[in-house]
Design a protein. Structure first.
Length: 291
């Protein structure tokens, strides 16, 4: 392929099986991912986004660049989560889900950002945010969360912190295609790197992390130098319209959260794979071949 679109070789066979009725679609798991933003240091400035390259040993999207994120922990909807910012009901209306699900999705976004990037969108008060998450105690908490030995509600309570939901902006929603064995219903959020904090490069799921200008990352994708899944490059391109991190966060308010779900159809001897509204990802696959 000419660009860096992530495209598993087993997809054509699975698409044909789905069309033939011999493949049962898996139920997508709720998930959240965060486009962590900052203004580039130095006189030039400009918006940068934090990205991770998934380890080649990963079962899903190995080697692809992505944002920090992951699946909802069943305990993310615990009403004991210390909460600040827009109410759970407000988030439910914004995300288009029941209130309990809205809390779980927002909580997962904040928790996963801390687990994978070491950045914590929480503070000791509703109008404050922690300014340093380095040190052994923070690292131990991250590992306990990753191992699921500690729930996010317990973590916040022990630290005397509240989740700052107002530091997130809902950006997009993508659902993994029906022919994928691992499916996610993923909400994308934007957030600005809190002052004083810095990202960690020790994610258990990534072998490289980078702060990069969206336009540079998109150009590298177009040239086949960076591999990304359609949701990643699609959301990355939308960031190029914003000159600074806070401009992008403010722009989240009006973003359309209509779910994007890939469609596959048989047409003139080919399987045509498409993502509605995103024609650049359309694939034409001969029915007798694998790519």
């Amino acid at each position: 392929m000419s660009n860096g679109q992530w495209y598993p070789p087993e997809w054509p066979e699975r698409i044909r099986a789905l069309a033939a009725g011999t493949l049962t679609a898996a139920t997508p798991r709720r998930a959240a991912t965060v486009m962590l933003l900052r203004d580039a240091p130095g006189a030039s400035g400009g918006l940068e986004v934090h990205m991770l390259r998934r380890r080649t040993s990963m079962a899903f999207a190995a080697g692809a660049y992505a944002y920090p994120g992951g699946g909802v922990d069943p305990r993310d909807d615990d009403r004991q989560v210390r909460w600040a910012g827009p109410s759970r009901q407000t988030w439910a209306e914004r995300l288009g889900v029941p209130e309990k699900d809205a809390q779980a999705i927002v909580c997962a976004a904040v928790r996963e950002t801390f687990e994978e990037a070491g950045v914590l969108l929480a503070g000791p008060a509703p109008d404050s945010v922690v300014d340093d998450t380095t040190g052994d105690q923070w690292q131990e908490a991250r590992q306990a969360l990753i191992a699921r030995d500690l729930s996010f509600a317990e973590f916040l309570d022990r630290r005397g912190l509240v989740l700052r939901s107002d530091l997130l902006g809902a950006w997009a929603r993508w659902i993994t295609p029906e022919f994928e064995p691992r499916r996610y219903d993923t909400w994308f959020f934007a957030a600005v790197l809190p002052a004083g904090q810095r990202t960690s490069d020790d994610s258990s799921e990534a072998d490289r992390t980078v702060w990069i200008r969206p336009e540079r990352a998109a150009a590298a994708y177009d040239q086949g130098e960076l591999t990304m899944m359609p949701p990643t490059i699609a959301t990355l391109r939308t960031l190029t319209a914003y000159p600074a991190a806070h401009d992008a966060l403010a722009g989240a308010e009006g973003r359309d959260l209509t779910p994007v779900l890939a469609r596959a159809r048989l047409e003139a001897g080919e399987v045509v794979l498409s993502w509605p509204g995103h024609e650049e990802f359309t694939k034409h696959i001969p029915t007798g071949g694998s790519n």
